[in-house]
Write a protein that binds this ligand. Sequence first.
Ligand code: SAM
Length: 187
Amino acid sequence: MDNSQITHWCHEIIHSQVKEGGRYIDATMGNGNDTLFLCELAGEKGKVTAFDIQEQAVEHTKALLEHHGIRENFQLVLDGHEHMAEYEEPGSVDLICFNFGYLPGGDHRIATQPETSIQAIETGLSLLKHGGMMSLCIYSGGDTGFEEKEAILEYLSRLPSKNYTVIVNEYCNRKNHPPVPVFLWKK
Ligand code: SAM
């Protein structure tokens, strides 16, 4: 297995930073791979709330969790991540995971959008505990374009350093607009 692939890399960092048994949000459920990872990390004592705007994503994720025998510690929400404050209390969340873009194997025209993505990040910051973490996988090029990546990186670069640490990673020798993994901590 290639552990340098963006999703593995993000999972490795999350695993090294986040306590098991916490409260986690998967802001972009998609086919459920991140939700499954977070449910396993959460264990019986933790909880995962996962969002997507597509019924197909919720169905795929439900089936994946069932296949892996995960039955209890999650809530799958058919709603935009920009509404996540309706589901969690401010300052209560240990980790929020974003994997922007479109549903792999689905309709590429239904994808995360700069405006709602930034709203969701901003709301997510208010839900994070102090010491909590956000992981963001940002894609660009192809059907995704560049607008969302530029808007998110610009927004993150303006966050005050006294309140947040933001680390932007780069695949510096990969061609064709490689994804950008970003990790953020709320101080
Ligand atoms: N985490 C997923 C996985 O492990 O398979 C991959 C996520 S996929 C790259 C991006 C997902 O974001 C798509 O399923 C898409 O429907 C979803 N999405 C788009 N806009 C959204 C929004 N406003 N709120 C929540 N999800 C959204």
